[in-house]
Design a protein around this ligand. Structure first.
Ligand SMILES: Cc1ncc(COP(=O)(O)O)c(C=O)c1O
Length: 352
């Protein structure tokens, strides 16, 4: 059996909650939706939380609530992310401007300084990519004096911390995803968190048939029940991910040509994706797959290339996309599978 790049871990609690909800007949807008929402608010240390049907929807609704609607509304995004980060801006009607990333694979704040001066954006979306937060103090320091809203894309960062504060509470608002691969998985789902009552009110109007037309973006009780238990288990599953990531770091540190992920001080990584770089990436990925290891590339294209978007020079991201690849790091992995991945990686990297 091949080792998949992603696999959620479900146990008795998730099984039981799904059955309980089915038997109760209350399959939407019930106690689990409320329970999950409350738990997620506490977990992210925020005052307001709305659950929605996906991370893309969370980004889109957040941007609409912030008033993004016309081409003059500029939103800064990093060059390396899942396409939803830029697509939400385009769908909302705004203009994305893409800037480079740094060695942390998150937004390079030096380019942010240049971009805010040149483009006068309304919103900046730092993405906490692969499970590590962006440099939030420096981003806030650039944005706050200019009244630019900071909208965290926390889709890959459940439980990640910056200076001991959780992702989701580090800017003005945040979007999360609970897609099947995520550290908290419901199949599909998302959330928007904020501490700002004005932003919260505007979000409510976009999702609860308020004072203008809105969409139905609700999750079901099944998703909320599963999500609730996933959240209770997150400290454990994140610990397992970290253990495997640290094993890889140790075992791969002397492999020729391989660049390991960098964990920055005061940024607690939750190892959503374990990314490496190597000049012979394509060969390595091909061989890993041949050996039954689900290696994948996150991401093959930069966002400005993907959507032909306005951008500052993005040399680092454009180089990284040709070298980057990921190997499985999820909590469903068994120790012997991790040992096999380590062994196989060593043989392949030494032979390419
Ligand atoms: C960084 C990032 N942003 C946004 C999303 C969109 O989330 P979803 O797939 O739930 O729409 C994802 C994940 O898929 C993501 O990884």
């Amino acid at each position: 059996m091949p080792i998949p790049i992603i696999k959620p871990v479900f146990g008795k609690e998730e099984e039981q909650v799904v059955l309980e909800i089915m038997k109760s007949g209350q399959i939407t807008r019930g106690k689990w939706t409320i329970k999950f929402k409350e738990a997620f608010k506490d977990f992210t240390n925020t005052a307001y939380c709305h659950t929605v049907c996906s991370g893309t929807t969370a980004l889109y609704i957040g941007l609409k609530a912030l008033g993004i609607s016309s081409k003059e509304d500029i939103v800064i995004v990093p060059a390396m992310s899942f396409m939803a980060t830029i697509d939400a801006v385009i769908l909302a009607g705004g203009t994305p401007v893409v800037i480079d990333i740094d060695e942390s694979y998150t937004m390079d704040v030096n380019f942010l300084q240049e971009a805010v001066e040149k483009y006068n954006p309304k919103v900046v979306i730092p993405v906490h990519l692969y499970g590590q937060t962006a440099d939030m103090d420096r981003i806030n320091q650039i944005c706050q004096p200019r009244n630019i809203i900071v909208f965290e894309d926390s889709a890959q960062a459940h439980g990640a911390k910056y200076k001991n504060k959780p992702a989701g509470s580090l800017g003005d608002l945040a979007a999360f995803s609970f897609y099947a691969s995520k550290n908290v998985a419901m199949g599909e789902g998302g959330a928007i968190t904020t501490n700002n009552p004005n932003i919260d009110e505007k979000i409510s109007n976009w999702i609860e048939f308020g004072d203008h037309p809105a969409l139905n973006v609700r999750i079901t009780e099944f998703q909320a029940g599963v999500g609730y238990w996933q959240l209770q288990k997150l400290p454990h599953t994140n610990k397992v991910r970290k253990k495997y990531a640290y094993m890889y770091n140790e075992e791969f540190k002397d492999l020729p040509g391989l660049i390991l992920p960098k964990e920055y001080p005061q940024r607690e990584h939750v190892w959503h994706i374990y990314t490496l770089r190597h000049p012979k990436r394509n060969k390595i990925v091909e061989k890993l797959i041949e050996h039954g290891i689900g290696a994948r590339i996150y991401y093959e294209y930069t966002l400005h290339e993907l959507r032909n978007a306005e951008h500052l020079p993005c040399e680092f991201a454009e180089a990284v996309k040709n070298e980057i690849f990921a190997i499985p790091v999820h909590a469903a992995l068994k120790e012997e599978e991790v040992a096999y991945i380590i062994d196989t990686m060593k043989k392949i990297v030494r032979s390419v």
